[in-house]
Design a protein around this ligand. Structure first.
Ligand code: NAD
Length: 490
């Protein structure tokens, strides 16, 4: 069993919360206690923000040779890789993700992010504008300041790395608040950052609730920018908080990804893609493919194949590498998912796949569930369930497919399955989504930005140019080479 830090990491040191309170971190697979972790109060948040402010205003980090800054991030990536097993087990125990996923994706991806962004600092360039012959106008990029980073529990370490790698590469200081549900791997990351010598105050990790520590952090007047990943309802609160001091805001919010399947699609590939798209991490993925839009000619065959394959998925102990599916992250989240499922039945959707639920209230296992005959007016087709629930709708032609796909308040991602490349690109242009995956793929890559249309967000996560835009200030410097006086006020 890994050993977990259980204090707050502020200004390069481990401290208890000012009020001495702690929070019980629970294993959702069996309800057992994993750790008691210090809980940050607004006083701790204030300390962390002030430490980050001082480290930015007076410390070495924003002023370091970019190569040196990059080297530290690279060393951090190596530290993460050296601890893959411990970090993977931590996130698996903490949120019920299968160990095959945390070992195969979450932790390697976190290491990849730091490795990739280690190469960014010395590549950030400004611009020079060609204006008048006797004028030189330059645009400089400068680190932005103190960033408040708030992340959810669905990919605990990966979500933290998605924020921290670009923020730190761009020379900022940061206060990270992981979800109260899943603080352990973020605290371990702080230990690793300390070991590689990231200076005190540059990275602060505080564990606390959203309502108390989160809200104190984002409304703190010494914060320059809020970067948030979570539900769109919480995103609205970020916009409110940003008013204080007119902070910058970047929001990565929910999704309701449609998967459009045309009759010429490679069907075996589609079956696997749809199943992975919605049941990977039990649908607790912002880009979960929760709406299957299938051409009516293919509907029966595709659904039959999907159901048959889903019945062979192995669900159980998340630490067992043979299991495809673990459990949901908390009993509260399970209750929310279940409400959606019961609501869909009442609205007339037809449940074609489910399973028996455990009677033990301490575990959060929820079976993969599929609803057929869903209409786009139903709640299950409009709202983000964030659970293992697939809604199936049919279309008759391309226009209807696009209309159904866009008939949704979210626009994070869309999947498209067809052998007709021209149709694929034509539809991709019409979809209101920040990412379109054609015939599979679509996995997170450090260099590819994540965009969101509609309620799915503001700004872009990752992507080098986009990261520099999000986490650096730009300044125009206008230099006159002329020697003649201005005619006015003569
Ligand atoms: P959430 O909004 O409830 O919480 C996210 C974080 O915000 C947590 O750390 C929480 O403590 C904090 N928080 C809550 N209230 C706050 C407040 N008033 N002030 C400051 N912080 C506050 O989201 P969740 O349920 O933890 O995560 C699931 C959501 O995250 C889903 O909607 C999912 O789609 C989204 N998500 C989006 C992406 C993306 O890249 N677009 C990635 C992962 C998850």
């Amino acid at each position: 069993m890994p050993t977990w830090p259980n204090q707050l990491y502020i200004d390069g040191t481990w401290v208890d919360g000012a009020e001495g309170r702690t929070w019980t971190v629970v294993n959702p697979a069996n309800g057992s206690t994993l750790a008691e972790v210090a809980l940050a109060s607004p006083a701790d948040v204030d300390r962390a923000v002030r430490a980050a402010r001082q480290a930015f205003d007076e410390g070495p980090w924003p002023r370091l040779d970019p190569l040196v800054r990059g080297r530290m991030l690279f060393r951090l990536s190596e530290k993460i890789r050296a601890k893959i097993d411990e970090l993977a087990l931590t996130d698996t125990l903490n949120v019920g993700k299968p160990i095959r996923d945390t070992t195969g994706f979450d932790i390697p991806c976190a290491a990849d992010l730091f490795e990739s962004y280690a190469g960014l600092p010395d590549k950030i360039a400004g611009k020079c504008y060609g204006t008048l012959p006797d004028n030189v106008t330059m645009q400089f990029r400068e680190p932005m300041g103190v960033i408040a980073a708030i992340v959810p529990w669905n990919f605990p370490l990966t979500n933290a790395a998605i924020k921290l790698a670009p923020i730190l590469a761009c020379g900022n200081t940061v206060v990270l608040k992981p979800s109260e549900v899943s603080p352990l791997s973020a605290l371990m990351l702080a230990e690793l950052a300390h070991e590689v010598g990231i200076p005190a105050g540059v990275l602060n990790v505080i564990h606390g609730t959203g309502a108390e520590a989160g809200s104190a952090l984002v409304s703190h007047p010494l914060v320059d920018k809020i970067t948030f990943t979570g539900r769109h309802q919480t995103g609205v609160q970020m916009l409110e908080a940003a008013k204080i001091g007119m902070k910058g805001v970047m929001l990565e919010l929910g999704g309701k990804t449609p998967s459009l399947v045309f009759p010429d699609a490679p069907i075996d590939h589609v079956v696997n893609g749809v199943i992975t798209g919605i049941f990977y991490n039990l649908g607790q993925v912002c880009v979960a493919g929760s709406r299957l839009l299938v051409h009516e000619d293919l509907h029966d065959d595709l659904l039959e194949r999907i159901v048959a394959k889903v019945q062979n998925l192995r669900q159980g102990d998340p630490t067992d590498p043979s299991n495809h599916l673990g459990c949901l992250a908390t009993p509260q989240h399970l209750a929310t998912v279940d409400q959606f499922v019961e609501g869909a039945k009442l609205e007339g959707a037809r449940c074609v796949q489910t399973g028996t639920r455990s009677s033990d209230p301490r575990n959060c296992f929820y079976p993969p569930t599929i609803f057929d005959r869903v209409t786009s007016q139903m709640k299950i087709a409009r709202e983000e369930v964030f659970g293992p629930v697939l809604s199936v709708l049919t279309f008759r032609n391309e226009e209807e497919a696009v209309r159904l796909a866009n008939d949704c308040d979210f626009g994070l991602m869309a999947n498209l399955w067809t052998a007709d490349g021209t149709r694929a690109l034509r539809i991709a242009r019409h979809l209101k989504a920040g990412r379109v995956a054609i015939n599979g793929g679509g996995a997170l890559r450090p260099n590819v930005p994540v965009f969101g249309y509609k309620l799915s967000g503001i700004g872009a996560e990752l992507g080098y140019e986009e990261a520099a835009h999000e986490y650096m200030n730009s300044k125009a410097v206008i230099y006159s080479l002329g020697t003649e006086k201005s005619p006015w006020p003569e």
